[in-house]
Design a protein around this ligand. Structure first.
Ligand code: GLY
Ligand code: MN
Length: 461
């Protein structure tokens, strides 16, 4: 955990933003795999970590703004727990490390909250994403479980998003630590990418690196020779010469900050001409986006600039045609690039998505588009110094999507379907890096991971 003053400062800022009421933060619990004592590895709730820093299950954090009190509700281990799990510092001592003096047993939580409700005080909470948290909040707040998600506090969501969006220097260091381990994972996997290896072998080698640093993955690795499937978690294929391999992976640092990187390389490290041509378009699009990032620019604008670059490149290859500005306006390029340019990154890989993507990526002036492709953009609003975000353009040839659009003759003034059919088995290419917005412009975080065609082809040696 960070020093106590980090959490104290964050809680203080939250109190100022909220102004009044009580903010209740349920920490996560152990989640059973197949019977209660056999659990998935424990992952604390990110907002709980942000404000309270305590990385163990069965805790509640409470901030009483009106009374200026901060309390952790939780229990010390029983002798039975200690026999199986070993000694743990006392909760009182752990709480002190994050600047909290008051610790109360869990049994006190329910009467405390019921008392607030009886007094007519507002109890703010964030939208829960685990069913047991929904049920617990329903019990505590005396509300039907179905009303709990919708009853989350918009004020608390907005205040939390405002704070967590602007990264502190210590948070950037954590993201860079995660990125540097992620780089090691990539260097291993890229070197292994020869015909005959299986996807699982590469996935296993990558995860082994993460574990050897005492880290876990920030999300399940995407590693596939079928990169046209955007979030493909199947790893059952053998690598075949001539195929492209998409690897989208990242670890979370020991303090749980995520990295999110994507590289695409040809199996056997030699691009075919067709592969190189498309790869260079995606790379140029990514470099254009990286340069455009600065405080004050809406990320939607950067996304659309990237679409222009890719659509122009596709026109040069004869895959698109007509007026490219108009084509992008109408969304024709989304046949090849059906997702958004990127998202915020932090304690979650899609940072704060659980609080509601529209609170994180949109606001009163920038509303989500209904257009296919653009509608998937997770971050559209104006960038500010301190934001950390991903830049991840891609070009994909998705057979079912192509078949549908071709049959409907969709955007046929902009898409050369007969040429597209020559690429039907191409797969996909995505390139992703993580960037800090600073007042002086973009700072690509982490040490470099091979990305240029020559760098990738030289891995063969
Ligand atoms: N790394 C997966 C994603 O950004 O959706
Ligand atoms: Mn990403």
């Amino acid at each position: 955990m960070f020093e106590a003053r980090v959490y104290q400062t964050r809680r203080q800022a939250l109190k100022q933003k909220l102004g009044s009421g009580v903010a209740l933060f349920p920490g996560n619990k152990e989640a059973p795999i197949n019977y209660p004592a056999n659990t998935y590895y424990f992952r604390q709730d990110s907002s709980f970590l942000y404000f309270f820093g305590l990385d163990s299950p069965n805790l509640y954090g409470l901030i009483d703004i009106d009374e200026d009190k901060e309390i952790i509700f939780g229990d010390d281990l029983s002798l039975e727990d200690i026999i199986w799990m070993g000694h743990q510092p006392r909760l009182q001592d752990k709480a002190k490390k994050v600047g909290i003096k008051e610790v109360r047993p869990l049994k006190d939580l329910e009467p405390t909250i019921k008392n607030f409700i009886a007094q007519g005080r507002k109890v703010h909470y964030l939208p829960p994403y685990r069913p047991e948290t929904v049920l617990e909040l329903a019990q505590l707040l005396e509300k039907p479980a179905e009303e709990i998600k919708a009853g989350a506090s918009k004020d608390l969501i907005k205040a939390t998003v405002a704070l967590r969006s602007v990264k502190e220097e210590i948070e950037i260091k954590e993201i860079e630590a995660a990125l540097n381990i992620t780089r090691e994972m990539y260097l291993i996997a890229m070197k292994m990418a020869r015909p005959g290896k299986t996807e699982w072998e590469l996935v296993g080698a990558m995860e082994g690196i993460a574990l050897s640093h005492g880290c876990r993955l920030a999300f399940p690795t995407i590693l596939t020779i079928n990169g046209q499937i955007l979030h493909n978690h199947d790893h059952s294929n053998r690598l075949i010469k001539g195929k492209l391999l998409v690897i989208d992976a990242g670890v979370e640092s020991t303090e749980h900050y995520a990295a999110d990187i994507t590289r695409t390389i040809p199996v056997g490290w030699k691009f075919s001409q067709k592969q190189r041509e498309i790869y260079e378009i995606v790379l140029k699009a990514q470099e254009t986006a990286l340069k455009a990032i600065k405080p004050g620019i809406p990320y939607k604008e950067v996304h659309l600039q990237t679409c222009q670059v890719m659509a122009s490149g596709l026109k040069e290859l004869g895959l698109m045609k007509g007026d490219i500005v108009e084509a992008v306006e109408q969304g024709a390029h989304a046949l090849f690039f059906p997702h958004g340019l990127g998202h915020m990154l932090g304690l979650d890989v899609h940072d704060m998505e659980g609080l509601g993507e529209d609170y994180v990526g949109y606001n009163d002036t920038v509303k989500r588009s209904q257009q296919f492709g653009l509608g998937y953009l997770r971050l559209a609003k104006t960038l500010e110094a301190g934001f950390v975000l991903t830049v991840e353009p891609g070009i994909y040839f998705i057979p079912p999507l192509i078949a549908k659009w071709k049959k409907e003759k969709k955007h046929s003034q902009f898409i050369n379907y007969s040429k597209v059919m020559e690429y039907i088995d191409f797969g996909g290419i995505r390139i992703e890096d993580d960037v800090l917005v600073t007042k002086d412009g973009p700072r690509v975080l982490g040490k470099k991971i091979p990305k240029k065609v020559e760098e990738i082809e030289s891995l063969k040696a």
